[in-house]
Design a protein around this ligand. Structure first.
Ligand SMILES: [Fe+2]
Ligand SMILES: [Fe+2]
Length: 297
C-alpha cells in the first residue's frame, strides 16, 4: 500500500497491526500521541498520590491507592505499545524527564484539598475517558485493544470520584464549600483539556484516524454528560456564559489557550516539581534496573 491507499484504508475504518508496513509519518504521529498518553498516566499519579497518606478513612485510602496503581498500570501498558512501534521505554522516560515530550495539562496543577481528589477522579477521569473511548476505534489495533481494559478501569475511577463528591455534598456546609472551591480551580484546566477547537479535518491525529473525534466534539460530550450532574448536586460552574443552546450545543467562555500552551510546555504551577520527583525516583531505582537487566545486557 502506498501512503494514499493507506490513508484511504484507515479513513474507511481499517485497522493495522504492529507487523504491518506503516508509513513513516503515521508511525511518528502514533509514537508522539501514544507516548504523551503514557506520560500522562504516569505523571497523573503524582497529584493524587500526595493524598494517600491524608485520606480521611481506611476505605478511601484503599480506593485511592488502587486507583493510583491502576494509573501506573495504564502507563506500563501504553509504553509497551510505544516500544513495539520502535521507541524503547527508557527513551520515553528520558524525554519525559528532560521536558522533550509532554503530558496532559491537568497533571501540572497542585492538589490543595481532599476536594481535589474527588474532582480529579470524577471530572478529570470523565474528560479522559471521553478521549479514551474514542480511541477504541483507533486505526492502530494494538492501541485500540488495550484501551478496552483501560476504559473499564477508568469508568470505575469515575464512580470512586463521584462517591467522594457525593459524600462531601451530603456533609456540612464547609465540606460543600470545599468541593465548590476545588471545582472552581479545576474548571479552566478541564475546559482546556480536549484542546483548541481546530477543524478535525486539519488535525493530523484525526486524518490518520489515530483519534476518531475532533477536540470540540469531545468537549461538547463532556459538557453534555457532566454539567447537568454538577448542577444537580447543587454545585455551580464558574463560567457565567455556560449554557446549552436550543440546538443542543453548549456555549461557554473561550478557554485560556495561552495558559494551556504554557502549562503543557512545562510552565505550569507544579510542572517542574513533578518532573524533579520523577527524575529522583528514576535515579534512586537505577540500581534495581542494573541488577535485574545485568544478564540481558
Ligand atoms: Fe488511567
Ligand atoms: Fe483514571
Amino acid at each position: 500500500m502506498n501512503e494514499t491507499e493507506f490513508l484511504e484504508y484507515v479513513q474507511s475504518g481499517g485497522q493495522v497491526e504492529a507487523t504491518d508496513d506503516l508509513p513513516d509519518d503515521y508511525r511518528a504521529k502514533l509514537i508522539k500521541f501514544i507516548e504523551m498518553h503514557g506520560n500522562s498516566e504516569l505523571m497523573g499519579v503524582l497529584p493524587e498520590r500526595e493524598w494517600i497518606l491524608r485520606a480521611p478513612t481506611l476505605q478511601r485510602k484503599l480506593a485511592l491507592t488502587a486507583k493510583v496503581q491502576d494509573e501506573v498500570g495504564h502507563s506500563q501498558l501504553i509504553y509497551r505499545v510505544v516500544e513495539d512501534l520502535g521507541k524503547p521505554r527508557e527513551r520515553c522516560l528520558d524525554d519525559l524527564i528532560s521536558g522533550k515530550s509532554k503530558f496532559h495539562n491537568v497533571f501540572h496543577y497542585p492538589t490543595k484539598t481532599w476536594g481535589d481528589v474527588g474532582v480529579i477522579a470524577w471530572l478529570v477521569d470523565a474528560a479522559a475517558i471521553i478521549s479514551q473511548k474514542a480511541l477504541l476505534k483507533c486505526s492502530y489495533a494494538p492501541y485500540a485493544r488495550i484501551m478496552k481494559k483501560i476504559c473499564w478501569e477508568e469508568s470505575f475511577h469515575i464512580l470512586h470520584g463521584r462517591d467522594v463528591i457525593l459524600t462531601l455534598m451530603n456533609g456540612t456546609d464547609d465540606q460543600r464549600a470545599l468541593v465548590q472551591e476545588a471545582l472552581d480551580r479545576w474548571w479552566g484546566p478541564l475546559m482546556q483539556f480536549h484542546g483548541n477547537p481546530i477543524d478535525k479535518e486539519d488535525d493530523p491525529m484525526y486524518v490518520w484516524r489515530i483519534k476518531s473525534q475532533g477536540n470540540e466534539e469531545a468537549r461538547q460530550q463532556f459538557l453534555d454528560g457532566y454539567v447537568p450532574q454538577i448542577w444537580e448536586l447543587g454545585l455551580s460552574v464558574s463560567d457565567p456564559r455556560l449554557r446549552k443552546n436550543d440546538d443542543g450545543v453548549w456555549e461557554y467562555s473561550e478557554p485560556d489557550w495561552d495558559e494551556l500552551k504554557s502549562v503543557v510546555t512545562g510552565h505550569g504551577p507544579r510542572s517542574q516539581d513533578r518532573l524533579d520527583l520523577r527524575r529522583m525516583a528514576r535515579e534512586n531505582s537505577a540500581w534495581v534496573r542494573q541488577v535485574v537487566l545485568a544478564d540481558v545486557a
